[in-house]
Design a protein around this ligand. Structure first.
Ligand code: HEC
Ligand code: HEC
Ligand code: HEC
Length: 126
């Protein structure tokens, strides 16, 4: 019993040190996305920003399947607003720069969607 307190104190200090990196990381653990250029004349995306941020790839997949398999060319969002199903003519009409928008995040996240092998990105303003 005599040494018990010291051992416990030692353990607490040890655990505190071992978990230091964890505590330091708490503030920055959330993924910080790079600054992207957002459309100047538009306030809203096809769906909410949060949804787009995490799920735009799923939405694009759906769009492709609907357009190509089902011939469905109109998307109605959660507010009842209609959009033409098109990567080039809809997404890229608002997001006018692939480099300053899509690529910014993708380079950071280490993904390179192959879509642009076929789909034409907007001309970049130099
Ligand atoms: C009508 C214009 C418009 C269209 C069409 C549009 N967007 Fe957006 N998008 C915006 C705006 C404006 C924002 C910023 C929304 C906000 O700040 O709430 C945005 C945000 C986003 C974001 C989140 C960016 C961030 O900072 O987290 C992603 C990803 C995105 N759009 C992808 C797409 C894709 C993919 C499509 C096509 C399926 C698309 N957008 C179609 C206007 C548009
Ligand atoms: C806010 C940051 C952000 C923006 C802006 C953004 N993306 Fe992404 N995108 C990501 C991330 C992160 C992933 C990887 C997600 C994963 O692996 O789960 C991704 C993945 C994808 C994928 C799937 C690729 C794969 O290999 O899994 C497609 C397709 C895609 N994005 C298309 C687009 C298009 C088109 C635009 C521009 C209109 C765009 N994204 C803009 C962050 C973004
Ligand atoms: C091998 C070439 C090729 C690649 C790679 C490709 N697509 Fe397509 N995509 C097409 C063709 C062809 C169509 C049909 C165009 C039409 O009928 O309007 C199409 C249609 C689409 C459509 C619906 C209509 C439209 O005009 O946008 C979406 C959305 C789409 N693709 C998204 C994607 C996404 C997202 C990726 C990357 C993950 C991708 N595609 C990669 C060839 C390709």
């Amino acid at each position: 019993m005599h040494y018990g307190g010291k051992i416990i104190a030692g353990l607490i200090i040890f655990l505190g040190l071992v978990s230091l990196p964890f505590w330091f990381n708490l503030g920055s653990a959330a993924y910080k996305q790079p600054k992207v250029e957002l459309p100047k004349n538009e306030k809203n995306c096809v769906e909410s920003k949060e949804y787009m941020r995490t799920s735009h790839m799923k939405l694009l997949d759906q769009w492709r399947d609907w357009a190509l398999r089902d011939g469905k060319r109109t998307y109605i969002n959660h507010n009842g607003k209609e959009f033409t199903i098109s990567l080039q003519n809809t997404c890229m009409k608002c997001h006018v720069s692939k480099e300053k928008f899509c690529d910014k995040c993708h380079n950071d996240a280490g993904v390179s969607p192959y879509c642009w092998d076929c789909h034409v990105p907007p001309k970049e303003a130099k």
